[in-house]
Design a protein around this ligand. Structure first.
Ligand SMILES: O=C(O)CCC(=O)C(=O)O
Ligand SMILES: [Fe+2]
Length: 224
């Protein structure tokens, strides 16, 4: 690949732009700075969900902000400005995931369609350590694996959420924490509502809402 080519790698094609990946979206020093600011400044919460006859913690921490009400000090407006320059969209919310170690994960899923504005993309910025994302067509076939590097951007079309699933598998490799910041365009009726209380942004919806006040790295029962 041309070293000076910062254009995207197209992973999936569709009429709305498919799934595209920019490895060098952010300068490394800025990616590090923003990782630390968000790790230390976000209201991280541990959500719970039923699994068989138990209720377990969703295996990662999450935070969520409407873009009209981001607390001062969090670099989400500056990040959004860079996202808009590459992948313009009507983004209204930022959902953040913190994977504390290789035991944290997200199961294969598509983002909930009723919580997304049709035609609008989802933009996912990765910070911290690199983690593998698997992307698989619902129609079958092998999953495609992409290592989401710190400072990278993955943009998924709305249409791709109807045709493909994505997930971050656990890994036995010792990996430092990794964060994703997902900008989404939410329908007006969904804005301002805590997404965990209306069925969550994706498949691992907790039934009982978040447990407030958990700090990154605190011990817990992690399944799934
Ligand atoms: O952390 C990631 O890269 C994926 C997160 C995700 O799929 C989601 O929040 O819906
Ligand atoms: Fe997702």
């Amino acid at each position: 690949m041309d070293l000076f080519d910062n254009g995207p790698l197209t992973l999936v094609e569709d009429a709305e732009g498919g799934i595209r990946y920019w490895a060098d979206f952010l300068p490394p020093s800025l990616a590090r700075e923003w990782f630390e600011a968000l790790r230390d400044g976000c209201r991280w919460q541990s959500a719970r969900r039923p699994m068989y006859d138990r209720v377990v913690d969703v295996p990662r921490l999450m935070a969520w902000y409407g873009l009209h009400e981001v607390p001062g000090g969090l670099p989400l407006a500056a990040m959004l400005e860079r996202v808009q320059a590459v992948a313009p969209g009507g983004y209204t919310s930022a959902g953040l995931n913190l994977y504390r170690d290789g035991n944290d994960s997200v199961a294969m899923h598509n983002d909930k369609l009723h919580q997304l504005v049709p035609g609008q993309p989802l933009a996912l910025v990765s910070l911290g350590s690199a983690r593998r994302m698997n992307i698989r067509a619902k129609s079958g076939g092998r999953a495609l694996g992409i290592d989401l590097e710190p400072g990278s951007l993955l943009v998924m079309s709305h249409a791709s959420q109807t045709t493909h699933e994505h997930g971050i598998p656990k890994t036995v490799r010792p990996v430092p924490p990794r964060m994703s910041v997902v900008f989404r365009a939410r329908p007006v009726a969904e804005r301002g509502r805590d997404p965990w209380r209306v069925g969550a942004v994706e498949a691992e919806a907790p039934a009982s809402g978040p447990v407030a006040g958990q700090r990154p790295g605190s011990p817990r029962d992690r399944a799934a």
